[in-house]
Design a binder for this molecule. Structure first.
Ligand code: ZN
Length: 141
């Protein structure tokens, strides 16, 4: 996939759909898959990870971000999110904030299993997101 030359939506959605197959969602019964496209073209997949202590649950988007950041990526072009339902899934507020941490221009491409799509930039989904007024010391490279 050529990252700078354009976003291959169908490939990204296929990878998100594939990641959904690994979801651990015994409580909600709502498996979600995500595929995060880094600027260099690498794709990081994530699925939701639920827990009996519900508050510890991780969404697919945040799992994908964790994988990408762990691999040294910090610039992203798009994230595809796939789940079943009458309408495509919409990232929760926590995921919107974490995606915004790495750029409000990241494109969210959401689809249900029937292929109904919508897309919007993170900055559109979370206007006026929280920011520290100045960079903190020791925040890392
Ligand atoms: Zn979320």
């Amino acid at each position: 996939m050529s990252a700078e030359g354009g976003i291959d939506r169908q490939r990204l959605l296929a990878l998100a759909r594939q990641a959904r197959e690994s979801a651990y969602a015994p409580y909600s019964g709502y498996p979600v898959g995500a595929a995060l496209l880094a600027r260099d073209g690498t794709v990081y997949a994530g699925c939701n990870l639920e827990c009996a202590s519900y508050g510890l649950t991780l969404c697919a988007e945040r799992v994908a971000l964790g994988a990408a950041v762990s691999a040294g990526r910090r610039e992203f072009l798009a994230i595809a999110v796939v789940a079943a339902g009458p309408v495509p899934p919409s990232p929760c507020g926590a995921c919107r904030q974490l995606l915004a941490e790495f750029g409000e221009g990241t494109l969210v491409i959401a689809s249900n299993l029937e292929g109904h799509l919508w897309e919007a930039a993170v900055g559109q989904l979370l206007p006026a997101c929280f920011r520290f007024p100045a960079p903190r010391r020791g925040a890392g490279g």
